[in-house]
Write a protein that binds this ligand. Structure first.
Ligand code: DGL
Length: 269
């Protein structure tokens, strides 16, 4: 039987990466775990995020995954290195791909980054960006209200508009950025609102496309590409509320997910 790529996130956000993985790698089977019951990870300590991330990884290792995509910036910021050092399978996160994508887009070297408190506090984006191009100016802002709002299924409307407008206000003051990184995999779900608030002169990017490209390269290099012609049936697991998970999945994939995935409840930790 063909082995799957494992994908983890604190909740539904990583599904935005799954969406792109399905588009770029239609033959690859995916097993997704969203730790919705303990979301958000953003305000938690590094030690707690590491513990929860390892619990998700152990759940997926039991399913014999061939590669791991950490589709959560917060978990990437705090745990990627440890996972890469200790796991016997290839592991990638979303921060390097996001930084790379931003460097490709920026023309004036002024890049904004929005993410969870944990991701912004870690400085992981600033380090990744400056590592690629030292003259980059980075303006980073934590947006702690976005993930809880999205996990409640509030993706549009007056409440979403107000929260996004108020939160992004500091980014609009004296800011020369031409590129804004959505440094949290939940944020593509409210991308249109973010774009409207920040203005069309700024290119808003998420790391999903670049992450899927990197996944493809790694599968090739490690000779892990799925050779079977069967259309894969993906498996999604959530530790939290099934109904909300299904509702948000359907809004991401734009049609009932039942044709292409099985969705189950998972117990971890
Ligand atoms: N999708 C996660 C990220 O990319 C959300 C983190 C959270 O649970 O706060 O950082």
């Amino acid at each position: 039987m063909e082995r799957a790529i494992g994908v983890i996130d604190s909740g539904v956000g990583g599904l935005t990466v799954v969406h792109e993985l399905m588009r770029q790698l239609p033959k690859e089977k995916l097993i997704y775990l969203g730790d919705t019951a303990r979301c958000p990870y953003g305000p938690r300590s590094k030690a707690e995020v590491q513990k929860f991330t390892w619990e998700m990884v152990e759940f997926l290792l039991e399913k014999d995954i061939k590669m791991l995509v950490v589709a959560c910036n917060t978990a990437t910021a705090f745990t990627l290195k440890d996972l890469q050092d200790r796991l016997p399978i290839p592991v990638i996160g979303v921060i390097q791909p996001g930084a790379r994508a931003a460097i490709k887009f920026t023309k004036n070297n002024h890049v904004g980054v929005i993410g969870t408190e944990g991701t912004i506090r870690s400085g992981a984006y600033t380090n990744a960006l400056k590592h690629i191009k030292s003259q980059i100016h980075v303006n980073a802002l934590a947006c702690p209200l976005f993930v809880p709002m999205i996990e409640q299924g509030i993706l549009y409307g007056d409440q979403a508009d107000k929260i996004v407008e108020d939160t992004l206000e500091p980014m609009k003051v004296k800011n020369h950025m031409d590129t804004l990184i959505l440094g949290c995999t939940h944020y593509p779900l409210i991308k249109n609102t973010i774009q409207a608030v920040i203005g069309n002169q700024v290119t808003v990017i998420s790391s999903s496309e670049e992450t899927a490209r990197e996944t493809s390269t790694i599968l090739e290099v490690h000779q892990l590409v799925n050779k079977s012609d069967q259309i894969p049936v993906h498996q999604f697991f959530t530790t939290g509320d099934m109904d909300m998970f299904i509702k948000i999945s359907e809004s991401i994939f734009q049609h009932p997910t039942s044709h292409m995935v099985t969705i189950k409840k998972a117990a971890i930790g």
